[in-house]
Design a protein around this ligand. Structure first.
Ligand code: NAP
Length: 313
Protein backbone atom coordinates (compact mmCIF):
# COMPACT_ATOMS: atom_id res chain seq x y z
CA UNK A 1 0.00 0.00 0.00
CA UNK A 2 1.26 3.45 -0.81
CA UNK A 3 1.32 6.10 1.89
CA UNK A 4 -0.41 9.39 1.14
CA UNK A 5 2.57 11.42 2.29
CA UNK A 6 6.13 10.42 3.06
CA UNK A 7 8.34 13.04 4.71
CA UNK A 8 12.12 12.78 4.70
CA UNK A 9 13.83 14.72 7.48
CA UNK A 10 13.00 15.61 11.07
CA UNK A 11 14.09 19.22 11.58
CA UNK A 12 11.53 22.04 12.03
CA UNK A 13 10.46 21.78 8.36
CA UNK A 14 9.85 18.02 8.33
CA UNK A 15 8.13 17.90 11.71
CA UNK A 16 5.85 20.84 10.87
CA UNK A 17 4.92 19.16 7.57
CA UNK A 18 4.19 16.02 9.61
CA UNK A 19 2.03 17.90 12.12
CA UNK A 20 -0.08 19.50 9.41
CA UNK A 21 -0.50 16.39 7.24
CA UNK A 22 -1.30 14.29 10.33
CA UNK A 23 -3.97 16.77 11.40
CA UNK A 24 -5.33 16.65 7.82
CA UNK A 25 -5.81 12.91 8.45
CA UNK A 26 -3.28 11.93 5.78
CA UNK A 27 -1.43 9.52 8.15
CA UNK A 28 2.05 10.67 7.15
CA UNK A 29 5.14 8.53 7.44
CA UNK A 30 8.29 10.41 8.45
CA UNK A 31 11.80 9.03 8.07
CA UNK A 32 14.02 10.88 10.53
CA UNK A 33 17.43 10.65 8.88
CA UNK A 34 20.86 10.25 10.48
CA UNK A 35 20.95 13.66 12.14
CA UNK A 36 17.50 13.40 13.73
CA UNK A 37 16.20 16.80 14.81
CA UNK A 38 18.47 18.67 12.40
CA UNK A 39 20.68 21.67 13.08
CA UNK A 40 18.84 22.77 16.24
CA UNK A 41 20.26 19.69 17.95
CA UNK A 42 23.64 21.48 17.78
CA UNK A 43 22.41 24.59 19.56
CA UNK A 44 21.78 25.39 23.19
CA UNK A 45 19.41 28.26 23.99
CA UNK A 46 17.01 29.37 21.23
CA UNK A 47 15.52 32.78 21.98
CA UNK A 48 14.00 33.65 18.62
CA UNK A 49 11.37 30.95 18.21
CA UNK A 50 8.05 32.76 18.76
CA UNK A 51 6.02 31.52 21.69
CA UNK A 52 9.04 30.74 23.89
CA UNK A 53 9.50 34.07 25.64
CA UNK A 54 11.99 32.62 28.14
CA UNK A 55 13.92 30.80 25.41
CA UNK A 56 14.04 27.07 24.83
CA UNK A 57 16.94 24.64 24.44
CA UNK A 58 17.27 23.56 20.78
CA UNK A 59 17.04 19.81 21.52
CA UNK A 60 14.02 20.41 23.81
CA UNK A 61 12.24 22.36 21.07
CA UNK A 62 12.83 19.50 18.64
CA UNK A 63 11.60 16.93 21.18
CA UNK A 64 8.40 18.97 21.58
CA UNK A 65 7.90 19.23 17.81
CA UNK A 66 8.46 15.48 17.44
CA UNK A 67 5.98 14.68 20.24
CA UNK A 68 3.40 17.04 18.70
CA UNK A 69 3.74 15.41 15.26
CA UNK A 70 3.47 11.92 16.82
CA UNK A 71 0.47 12.91 18.96
CA UNK A 72 -1.62 13.52 15.85
CA UNK A 73 -0.66 10.22 14.25
CA UNK A 74 2.61 10.66 12.36
CA UNK A 75 4.37 7.33 12.00
CA UNK A 76 8.05 8.07 12.70
CA UNK A 77 10.74 5.73 11.41
CA UNK A 78 14.25 5.97 12.87
CA UNK A 79 16.29 5.37 9.79
CA UNK A 80 18.10 6.91 6.91
CA UNK A 81 16.96 6.95 3.30
CA UNK A 82 19.43 5.00 1.16
CA UNK A 83 17.73 5.22 -2.23
CA UNK A 84 14.82 6.86 -3.95
CA UNK A 85 13.00 6.54 -7.27
CA UNK A 86 11.09 9.59 -8.43
CA UNK A 87 10.55 8.37 -11.99
CA UNK A 88 6.99 7.19 -11.31
CA UNK A 89 4.24 7.42 -8.74
CA UNK A 90 3.81 6.06 -6.19
CA UNK A 91 7.40 7.07 -5.46
CA UNK A 92 9.71 4.45 -3.97
CA UNK A 93 11.84 5.27 -0.93
CA UNK A 94 14.31 2.74 0.48
CA UNK A 95 15.98 2.58 3.87
CA UNK A 96 18.43 -0.15 4.84
CA UNK A 97 15.49 -1.95 6.49
CA UNK A 98 12.54 -1.54 4.15
CA UNK A 99 11.05 -0.02 1.01
CA UNK A 100 8.11 2.41 1.19
CA UNK A 101 5.85 3.78 -1.49
CA UNK A 102 4.16 7.16 -1.38
CA UNK A 103 1.74 9.22 -3.44
CA UNK A 104 3.47 12.43 -2.40
CA UNK A 105 6.87 13.16 -0.99
CA UNK A 106 7.96 16.06 1.21
CA UNK A 107 11.71 16.56 1.22
CA UNK A 108 13.02 18.27 4.35
CA UNK A 109 16.55 16.94 4.50
CA UNK A 110 18.05 20.32 5.38
CA UNK A 111 21.54 21.60 4.91
CA UNK A 112 24.58 21.00 7.04
CA UNK A 113 26.82 23.85 8.08
CA UNK A 114 30.36 23.16 6.92
CA UNK A 115 32.71 22.81 9.85
CA UNK A 116 36.46 23.26 10.25
CA UNK A 117 36.80 19.70 11.49
CA UNK A 118 38.55 20.45 14.79
CA UNK A 119 37.67 18.20 17.75
CA UNK A 120 37.45 21.33 19.98
CA UNK A 121 34.97 22.90 17.53
CA UNK A 122 32.67 19.89 17.93
CA UNK A 123 33.03 19.80 21.73
CA UNK A 124 32.35 23.53 22.16
CA UNK A 125 29.50 23.73 19.60
CA UNK A 126 26.66 25.55 21.39
CA UNK A 127 29.10 26.57 24.17
CA UNK A 128 30.76 29.49 22.42
CA UNK A 129 31.14 27.94 18.98
CA UNK A 130 28.22 28.65 16.66
CA UNK A 131 27.23 28.37 13.02
CA UNK A 132 24.44 30.95 13.25
CA UNK A 133 25.06 34.61 14.03
CA UNK A 134 21.37 35.50 13.84
CA UNK A 135 20.61 32.87 16.47
CA UNK A 136 23.47 33.40 18.88
CA UNK A 137 24.89 36.92 18.37
CA UNK A 138 22.80 38.30 21.20
CA UNK A 139 24.68 36.18 23.75
CA UNK A 140 27.96 38.01 23.05
CA UNK A 141 27.17 41.57 24.10
CA UNK A 142 30.32 43.57 24.83
CA UNK A 143 32.58 40.55 24.14
CA UNK A 144 35.44 39.88 21.73
CA UNK A 145 34.62 37.16 19.23
CA UNK A 146 35.73 35.72 15.88
CA UNK A 147 34.14 34.87 12.56
CA UNK A 148 35.83 32.31 10.29
CA UNK A 149 35.38 32.47 6.50
CA UNK A 150 35.96 34.75 3.54
CA UNK A 151 32.63 34.57 1.70
CA UNK A 152 29.50 36.72 1.78
CA UNK A 153 28.16 34.82 4.81
CA UNK A 154 31.28 35.58 6.83
CA UNK A 155 31.14 39.29 5.89
CA UNK A 156 27.44 39.51 6.67
CA UNK A 157 27.81 37.71 9.99
CA UNK A 158 30.84 39.78 11.02
CA UNK A 159 29.01 43.04 10.32
CA UNK A 160 25.86 41.80 12.06
CA UNK A 161 27.84 40.66 15.12
CA UNK A 162 29.39 44.12 15.60
CA UNK A 163 25.95 45.16 16.87
CA UNK A 164 26.67 43.11 19.96
CA UNK A 165 30.38 42.37 20.22
CA UNK A 166 33.02 44.94 21.18
CA UNK A 167 35.39 43.43 18.59
CA UNK A 168 35.02 40.86 15.81
CA UNK A 169 38.17 39.24 14.42
CA UNK A 170 37.62 37.91 10.93
CA UNK A 171 39.82 34.90 10.16
CA UNK A 172 40.28 33.83 6.56
CA UNK A 173 42.67 31.24 5.17
CA UNK A 174 43.79 33.30 2.15
CA UNK A 175 44.80 36.94 1.66
CA UNK A 176 41.95 37.61 -0.78
CA UNK A 177 38.31 37.33 0.13
CA UNK A 178 35.75 35.37 -1.85
CA UNK A 179 32.96 37.75 -0.84
CA UNK A 180 31.39 40.21 -3.29
CA UNK A 181 33.00 43.65 -3.37
CA UNK A 182 30.00 45.37 -1.81
CA UNK A 183 30.01 43.01 1.17
CA UNK A 184 33.78 43.29 1.57
CA UNK A 185 33.57 47.09 1.50
CA UNK A 186 30.90 47.07 4.18
CA UNK A 187 32.98 44.85 6.43
CA UNK A 188 36.22 46.75 5.78
CA UNK A 189 34.55 50.04 6.66
CA UNK A 190 33.47 48.72 10.06
CA UNK A 191 35.95 49.83 12.75
CA UNK A 192 34.96 47.00 15.09
CA UNK A 193 36.23 44.34 12.65
CA UNK A 194 39.87 43.22 12.87
CA UNK A 195 41.41 41.11 10.11
CA UNK A 196 43.51 37.98 10.37
CA UNK A 197 44.08 36.96 6.77
CA UNK A 198 46.21 34.05 5.54
CA UNK A 199 45.34 32.42 8.83
CA UNK A 200 43.59 29.25 9.94
CA UNK A 201 42.10 28.33 13.27
CA UNK A 202 44.22 25.48 14.55
CA UNK A 203 42.48 25.01 17.88
CA UNK A 204 39.75 26.52 20.06
CA UNK A 205 40.24 26.65 23.83
CA UNK A 206 39.11 25.66 26.45
CA UNK A 207 37.44 22.26 26.17
CA UNK A 208 38.37 21.56 29.80
CA UNK A 209 36.29 24.51 31.00
CA UNK A 210 33.49 23.81 28.48
CA UNK A 211 33.61 27.39 27.17
CA UNK A 212 35.51 29.39 24.57
CA UNK A 213 38.38 31.41 26.01
CA UNK A 214 40.70 31.80 22.99
CA UNK A 215 41.63 30.50 19.56
CA UNK A 216 45.01 29.44 18.27
CA UNK A 217 45.72 30.84 14.81
CA UNK A 218 48.38 29.62 12.43
CA UNK A 219 49.64 32.03 9.79
CA UNK A 220 49.68 30.12 6.52
CA UNK A 221 52.74 31.84 5.06
CA UNK A 222 55.01 32.30 8.08
CA UNK A 223 53.74 29.31 10.07
CA UNK A 224 53.65 31.57 13.17
CA UNK A 225 51.12 30.70 15.85
CA UNK A 226 49.23 33.25 17.92
CA UNK A 227 46.67 32.88 20.67
CA UNK A 228 43.81 35.36 20.37
CA UNK A 229 41.49 35.74 23.35
CA UNK A 230 37.84 35.38 22.26
CA UNK A 231 34.69 34.13 23.95
CA UNK A 232 32.91 33.10 20.76
CA UNK A 233 33.84 31.60 17.38
CA UNK A 234 31.31 31.79 14.55
CA UNK A 235 32.09 29.33 11.77
CA UNK A 236 30.76 30.81 8.49
CA UNK A 237 32.41 28.69 5.81
CA UNK A 238 29.24 27.74 3.94
CA UNK A 239 26.53 25.11 4.01
CA UNK A 240 26.02 21.90 2.06
CA UNK A 241 22.42 21.01 1.15
CA UNK A 242 21.60 17.36 1.79
CA UNK A 243 20.52 16.53 -1.75
CA UNK A 244 22.88 13.77 -2.87
CA UNK A 245 19.93 11.35 -3.03
CA UNK A 246 18.00 13.52 -5.46
CA UNK A 247 20.75 14.47 -7.91
CA UNK A 248 19.71 13.60 -11.46
CA UNK A 249 16.07 13.05 -10.41
CA UNK A 250 14.91 16.61 -9.90
CA UNK A 251 16.05 20.18 -10.64
CA UNK A 252 18.71 21.51 -8.30
CA UNK A 253 20.39 24.91 -8.49
CA UNK A 254 24.12 25.35 -9.13
CA UNK A 255 24.90 24.98 -5.43
CA UNK A 256 22.86 21.78 -5.09
CA UNK A 257 19.77 23.28 -3.40
CA UNK A 258 16.38 22.02 -4.61
CA UNK A 259 14.63 24.45 -6.95
CA UNK A 260 11.12 25.23 -5.75
CA UNK A 261 8.40 27.28 -7.41
CA UNK A 262 4.80 28.29 -6.58
CA UNK A 263 5.33 27.61 -2.89
CA UNK A 264 7.11 24.31 -2.29
CA UNK A 265 6.63 22.58 -5.66
CA UNK A 266 9.69 20.94 -7.19
CA UNK A 267 10.30 19.91 -10.79
CA UNK A 268 8.62 16.56 -10.04
CA UNK A 269 4.82 16.76 -9.62
CA UNK A 270 3.87 15.35 -6.22
CA UNK A 271 7.27 16.08 -4.69
CA UNK A 272 7.55 19.11 -2.41
CA UNK A 273 10.57 20.57 -0.65
CA UNK A 274 10.77 22.74 2.46
CA UNK A 275 13.32 24.12 4.90
CA UNK A 276 17.01 24.64 4.34
CA UNK A 277 17.27 22.05 1.55
CA UNK A 278 15.62 24.67 -0.71
CA UNK A 279 16.53 27.87 1.15
CA UNK A 280 20.06 29.24 1.33
CA UNK A 281 18.93 32.72 2.30
CA UNK A 282 16.82 32.75 5.46
CA UNK A 283 17.84 29.44 7.11
CA UNK A 284 15.91 30.01 10.35
CA UNK A 285 13.99 27.43 12.37
CA UNK A 286 10.85 29.52 12.08
CA UNK A 287 11.13 29.96 8.29
CA UNK A 288 11.83 26.23 7.94
CA UNK A 289 8.76 25.45 10.04
CA UNK A 290 6.70 27.90 7.97
CA UNK A 291 7.75 26.27 4.70
CA UNK A 292 7.03 22.83 6.23
CA UNK A 293 3.45 24.00 6.76
CA UNK A 294 3.33 25.21 3.15
CA UNK A 295 4.60 21.84 1.86
CA UNK A 296 1.92 20.02 3.87
CA UNK A 297 -0.84 22.21 2.40
CA UNK A 298 0.65 21.83 -1.10
CA UNK A 299 0.76 18.02 -0.74
CA UNK A 300 -2.79 17.96 0.58
CA UNK A 301 -3.97 20.08 -2.32
CA UNK A 302 -2.11 17.83 -4.79
CA UNK A 303 -3.77 14.70 -3.38
CA UNK A 304 -7.18 16.30 -3.68
CA UNK A 305 -6.59 17.32 -7.26
CA UNK A 306 -4.20 14.77 -8.75
CA UNK A 307 -3.94 15.76 -12.40
CA UNK A 308 -5.58 13.09 -14.53
CA UNK A 309 -2.43 12.40 -16.54
CA UNK A 310 -0.61 11.63 -13.27
CA UNK A 311 -3.34 9.68 -11.51
CA UNK A 312 -2.46 6.31 -12.94
CA UNK A 313 1.30 6.80 -13.21
P1 NAP B 1 31.09 30.45 0.18
O1 NAP B 1 30.87 31.55 -0.77
O2 NAP B 1 31.29 29.06 -0.32
O3 NAP B 1 32.37 30.87 1.05
C1 NAP B 1 32.90 29.99 1.98
C2 NAP B 1 34.17 30.64 2.58
O4 NAP B 1 34.65 29.78 3.60
C3 NAP B 1 35.27 30.81 1.55
O5 NAP B 1 35.92 32.04 1.75
C4 NAP B 1 36.22 29.65 1.85
O6 NAP B 1 37.58 29.94 1.67
C5 NAP B 1 36.00 29.44 3.34
N1 NAP B 1 36.22 28.04 3.70
C6 NAP B 1 35.63 26.94 3.18
N2 NAP B 1 36.07 25.83 3.80
C7 NAP B 1 36.97 26.25 4.72
C8 NAP B 1 37.77 25.57 5.66
N3 NAP B 1 37.73 24.25 5.81
N4 NAP B 1 38.57 26.30 6.45
C9 NAP B 1 38.63 27.65 6.33
N5 NAP B 1 37.88 28.36 5.47
C10 NAP B 1 37.06 27.65 4.66
O7 NAP B 1 29.92 30.33 1.27
P2 NAP B 1 28.96 31.49 1.87
O8 NAP B 1 29.75 32.67 2.26
O9 NAP B 1 28.13 30.80 2.89
O10 NAP B 1 28.04 31.88 0.64
C11 NAP B 1 27.25 30.88 -0.04
C12 NAP B 1 26.43 31.55 -1.16
O11 NAP B 1 25.43 32.41 -0.59
C13 NAP B 1 27.28 32.44 -2.06
O12 NAP B 1 26.79 32.36 -3.36
C14 NAP B 1 27.06 33.83 -1.50
O13 NAP B 1 27.24 34.87 -2.45
C15 NAP B 1 25.60 33.74 -1.05
N6 NAP B 1 25.35 34.70 0.06
C16 NAP B 1 24.92 35.95 -0.27
C17 NAP B 1 24.68 36.88 0.74
C18 NAP B 1 24.20 38.24 0.38
O14 NAP B 1 24.30 38.61 -0.78
N7 NAP B 1 23.66 39.01 1.32
C19 NAP B 1 24.90 36.55 2.07
C20 NAP B 1 25.35 35.26 2.38
C21 NAP B 1 25.58 34.36 1.35
P3 NAP B 1 38.17 30.14 0.18
O15 NAP B 1 37.70 31.48 -0.26
O16 NAP B 1 39.64 30.06 0.41
O17 NAP B 1 37.64 29.01 -0.64
Amino acid sequence: MAHNVLIIGSGPAGLTAALYTARANLQPLLIEGLEAGGQLMLTTMVENFPGHSDGVMGPDLMAQMRAQAAKFGTEIIQGNVAGIDLSRRPFAVKTSEAEYRAQTLIIATGASARLLGLPSERTLMGHGVSTCATCDGYFFRGQEIAVVGGGDSAMEEAVFLTRFASKVTLVHRRDTLRASKIMQDKARANPKIAWQLDSEVEDIKDTGKGEVTSMILRHNKSGARTEVPVTGVFVAIGHTPNTALFRGQMALDQNGYINTHDGTKTSVPGVFACGDVQDHIYRQAITAAGSGCMAALDAEHFLENVPEHLASV
